[in-house]
Design a protein around this ligand. Structure first.
Ligand code: ADP
Ligand code: MG
Length: 226
């Protein structure tokens, strides 16, 4: 699915330099569910953003779906991202003035799916995540748990090969957090690959492998017993 090889990333702000990633290598196979853990500031989001082609590393190699995408152009990364990657964030990141249905449909508009098909697939995925009864609502009328279901629907509707989830349960109570994990585990069962940042050991246990980070490096990898 993807392979990064000794990537580094330094952020420069005024006279302050932060080495967010310091020689990180990671390979993720198709259909794998990998959890990433580590203290705040250790580079987890930076890693996810680079894997998701929202950002680029300063050094190292990145191979996605068998293609070398190291130093790829903005337009190539955008095209690959829209075709192959779905994102779920801690704070949901829905568009406030679009309805639930419109938020999800937008992901298909980017993929140039036709109107009728867009409506059909959106309806279906909203049913699957249990939020179809809120299709016409604006996101701010929904609870956090409901908003995250919409975000998951948006991530899944385009049938991406890779789902990146950055602390997807971070703003949710246990009941809603558990529900989000069930949806992600279902996606893996249907063939998606998931890379998820979490602070919860219980949720990391849903994954087949846990990668631990510290100070911009991967310090350990643990395989879960089957
Ligand atoms: P995590 O997700 O593990 O909490 P991040 O990847 O967000 O960590 O951040 C890693 C380090 O890089 C932190 O020290 C953070 O302050 C810094 N950092 C992240 N993004 C930026 C940015 N856009 N500009 C400057 N520094 C950043
Ligand atoms: Mg983070």
């Amino acid at each position: 699915m993807l392979r990064i090889d000794t990537i580094s990333k330094t952020y420069r702000m005024l006279d302050v330099e932060t080495r967010a990633l310091d020689g990180v290598s990671l390979a993720v196979g198709s259909g794998e569910f990998v959890a990433i853990m580590g203290p705040s500031g250790c580079g987890k989001s930076t890693l996810l953003n680079i894997v998701g082609m929202l950002d680029q590393a300063d050094a190292g190699r990145y191979e996605f779906g068998g293609h070398d995408v190291t130093g790829a152009s903005q337009s190539r990364m955008t095209a690959l991202r829209r075709a192959s990657i779905g994102f779920v964030f801690q704070d949901f990141n829905l568009i406030d003035d679009l309805t639930v249905e419109e938020n999800v449909q937008l992901a298909l508009t980017y993929r140039r799916v036709r109107m009728g098909e867009r409506r059909r697939r959106t309806r279906q995925i909203l049913e699957e995540v249990g939020i179809a009864h809120r299709a016409g609502h604006l996101p701010n009328r929904l609870s956090g748990g409901q908003q995250q279901r919409v975000a998951i629907a948006r991530a899944l509707v385009g049938k991406p090969s890779l789902i990146l989830a950055d602390e997807p349960t971070g703003n949710l109570d246990t009941v809603n957090g558990d529900a989000v994990m069930v949806l992600l585990a279902d996606a893996v069962r249907r063939g998606s690959t998931v890379l998820m940042v979490t602070h919860s050991l219980a949720y990391a246990a849903f994954a087949q492998r846990t990668v631990k980070m510290l100070d911009g490096r991967i310090v350990s990898e643990t395989l879960m017993a089957a």
